[in-house]
Ligand binder design. Structure first.
Ligand SMILES: [Fe+2]
Length: 533
C-alpha cells in the first residue's frame, strides 16, 4: 500500500520536518489515487486523536522493517473512524529528534482493515537504530524506535527477549514496563497476545466487550483494549517485535478448523472457519506484519523465517492453524509404559501441517546459522505428567500430543550433528528449562536441542510461588521449573547462549515491585542442553 518513497519524489513536497506539505499531499493523492481522492477523509473529519493504540515495528531484516499503527480515535467503540480510506504519512529517521530523515511516504489506511497501517520500509542500513513517526492531518503519533537486523556475514551478538500470555484482566503489565527499559535488539511474542473469553478482573481491568468475542467488531475492541495499555505500548515503541499466535487470539484450544467445543453454537458463528477468518484478520490488523501475512479467508501464513546475520536463524512457527484435533481425552488415562495410546501414534496426526513441516525440515537441514531457533507456542520437549516413575503419561495439546510429528524434527536434529537448536516456548504460564532428548523413550539420553519455556506476562494472576532446580525421576531432562511472571532475556554470541529468567514479584499489587533475575542458564555452542550459570 506504500505509494511514495523519498527517492522517487519531486523536491518541494515535504516540509522541513519531513512530512508532506498540504500542497504536496494534494499533488500526491491526486497522482496516486485519483479515483479514491473524493473518498479520502480529511484529518479534520476524524475528530479525536487517532493514534490511541500507539505504534509498533516488526519483522526486521538487514535493510528494512515493518512499521505499524492503527487509526482509532474511539478504540473501544470499534475505532471511531469514518468508513473511508484515510491518508497516513510516515517518516523514518536516524535520530530520536527526527531531524535526520532517511525515508518518508504515505499510505492509505483502509476501513476494510480497521484503518490499520503496515509500511514495509526497505533500503535501510543493517544493525542500526531508527526512529519513526506517523501523521494524519495535524496529528502526529508517538515516535517509535526500531532496529534493523545485522547483515549476513557479520556474526554479531544479539540481545532479545521473549514473552507470552498477557491476559489483560488477570494482572498489570509490570513485566512489559521493565522489558521496555531493557537494551534489546528485538522482542518475540509467542502468543496469547489477547484472550478471547469474557473476564472479570481483580485489578479493575475487566475485558471489553463483556462477552466471548466472535465478530470483527468484538475482536477489534479486545485488541484495542490490550493495545491501550501504556506498558504494552512502551514495549512496542522500544524495539521491533516478531510475533506469532497461540490459541487465544482466536479461541481456546482450537485445532485447525475445529473449535474448542464443536457442538457449542457459540463457538461457531455461523461456522468456525468464518470465525477464524475474522480473528485472523483482526490479528493482522494489529500486528507489525508484512503483506505476505495478509489473510485470505480463514488462512494466514504466519510461519516464516527471520535471520539475524549468520548468528541467529529464527523459524517462527504456527502450531494452531494446521494441527489435527487432539487425541481423545480418555487417551491420556490409559497407562502404558511408552506413555501413549494408539490413536496418539497415528502418523497422520500433525501439529505443524505437512507444508510447514517440510519448510521447517528443509530450513533446518540446510541451515549454516550459528544458532537455529524455533519460536514456538506449546512445550516441545516431552513432559511425563504421571507421578508414578514406572508409568509414563504424555499427551494433551502440546507437542507431546503429536509425538510422530515431533519425532520428524528430532530425527533431523539428531542427524544434522550440529546441536545448536534452541526452542523458545510460551503457553504454560510457567518457566521451564528442558534438555530436548532425541525421543520420548530415552528422556535422559544426550540432548539434541535445548528448550527455554517462558512464563506468562500476567496470565494466571498471582499464585503461591515455587521455584525448583534440577530434574526428577519422571523427567530427568528437566533443569528448572518456576511460576513467577516475567520474561526471558537472551544474549546470544557465536559461542554462548545466555538466558536470564527475569521475574516480577506480583501482577496484582498496586505498586510495581521491581524486576530481578531469578536464574540464568547457558548453552554452549556445539553442546545441546542447558547449564545453570
Ligand atoms: Fe496462555
Amino acid at each position: 500500500m506504500e505509494v511514495l518513497r523519498k527517492s522517487s519524489s519531486p523536491r518541494g513536497l515535504f516540509g522541513r520536518r519531513g512530512f508532506l506539505t498540504s500542497a504536496g499531499a494534494t499533488l500526491l493523492y491526486t497522482a496516486i489515487a485519483p479515483h479514491a481522492l473524493p473518498r479520502v477523509a480529511t484529518a479534520a473529519s476524524l475528530g479525536d486523536y487517532p493514534f490511541t493504540l500507539g505504534v509498533a515495528s516488526g519483522d526486521p531484516v538487514s535493510d528494512g522493517v515493518v512499521l505499524w499503527t492503527r487509526l482509532a480515535p474511539r478504540p473501544f467503540e470499534g475505532g471511531g473512524m469514518p468508513h473511508q480510506p484515510v491518508a497516513v504519512q510516515w517518516r523514518i529517521a536516524r535520530d530520536e529528534g527526527m531531524r535526520s530523515i532517511v525515508q518518508r511516504g504515505a499510505v492509505l489506511a483502509l476501513p476494510e482493515l480497521g484503518h490499520s497501517v503496515h509500511v514495509e520500509v526497505e533500503g535501510l542500513q543493517p544493525s542500526r537504530w531508527y526512529w519513526y513517526q506517523f501523521k494524519v492531518g495535524n496529528e502526529t503519533s508517538p515516535i517509535g524506535r526500531t532496529r534493523t537486523a545485522p547483515a549476513a556475514g557479520t556474526p554479531e551478538a544479539v540481545r532479545f527477549a521473549f514473552v507470552s500470555c498477557q491476559h489483560y484482566a488477570q494482572g498489570i503489565y509490570y513485566a512489559h514496563k521493565h522489558l521496555s527499559e531493557e537494551v534489546l535488539d528485538f522482542g518475540v511474542h509467542l502468543g496469547d497476545y489477547i484472550y478471547e473469553g469474557r473476564a472479570t478482573s481483580l485489578v479493575g481491568r475487566p475485558h471489553l466487550p463483556d462477552h466471548e468475542i466472535t465478530s470483527i467488531e468484538d475482536y477489534r475492541i479486545r485488541h484495542a483494549q490490550y493495545r491501550s495499555d501504556p506498558y504494552l505500548q512502551a514495549v512496542h515503541k522500544a524495539f521491533p517485535w516478531i510475533v506469532t499466535w497461540d490459541d487465544h487470539e482466536t479461541e481456546n484450544d482450537y485445532a485447525g478448523l475445529a473449535p474448542e467445543n464443536p457442538a457449542d453454537p457459540a463457538d461457531n458463528q455461523p461456522d468456525f472457519a468464518s470465525r477464524r477468518a475474522r480473528a485472523y484478520q483482526v490479528y493482522y490488523e494489529h500486528m507489525p506484519l508484512r503483506a505476505a501475512q495478509l489473510p485470505t479467508g480463514p488462512n494466514l501464513q504466519l510461519y516464516r523465517h527471520v535471520a539475524f546475520g549468520d548468528l541467529l536463524s529464527l523459524y517462527v512457527l504456527d502450531t494452531r492453524q494446521y494441527r489435527s484435533h487432539r487425541a481423545p481425552a480418555n487417551c491420556e488415562l490409559i497407562e502404558r509404559l511408552d506413555g501413549y495410546c494408539p490413536p496418539a501414534l497415528d502418523p497422520s496426526r500433525t501439529i505443524q501441517g505437512a507444508q510447514q513441516q517440510a519448510w521447517l525440515l528443509d530450513g533446518l537441514g540446510r541451515s549454516t546459522a550459528g544458532w537455529n531457533v524455533l519460536a514456538n507456542q506449546v512445550p516441545f520437549a516431552p513432559n511425563d505428567t504421571n507421578a508414578d516413575p514406572l508409568v509414563r503419561t504424555f499427551g494433551g495439546e502440546k507437542w507431546d500430543g503429536y509425538p510422530l510429528d515431533r519425532q520428524a524434527v528430532l530425527d533431523l536434529l539428531a542427524a544434522r550433528g550440529r546441536p545448536n537448536t534452541v526452542v523458545i516456548t510460551g503457553d504454560v504460564h510457567q518457566n521451564f528449562v528442558r534438555n530436548v532428548p532425541p525421543d520420548y523413550v530415552r528422556l535422559d539420553a544426550e540432548p539434541v536441542a535445548t528448550e527455554f519455556v517462558g512464563t506468562s506476562i500476567t496470565s494466571g494472576g498471582d499464585r503461591t510461588l515455587s521455584t525448583v532446580f534440577g530434574g526428577n525421576a519422571n523427567n530427568p531432562h528437566l533443569r528448572f521449573q518456576d511460576n513467577h511472571h516475567g520474561y526471558v532475556r537472551c544474549k546470544v554470541t557465536p559461542n554462548l547462549w545466555m538466558a536470564d529468567y527475569r521475574v516480577v514479584p506480583s501482577v496484582v499489587q498496586p505498586d510495581d515491585g521491581g524486576i530481578s533475575t531469578l536464574a540464568s542458564f547457558v548453552v554452549e555452542q556445539g553442546q545441546a542442553g542447558a547449564q545453570q550459570a
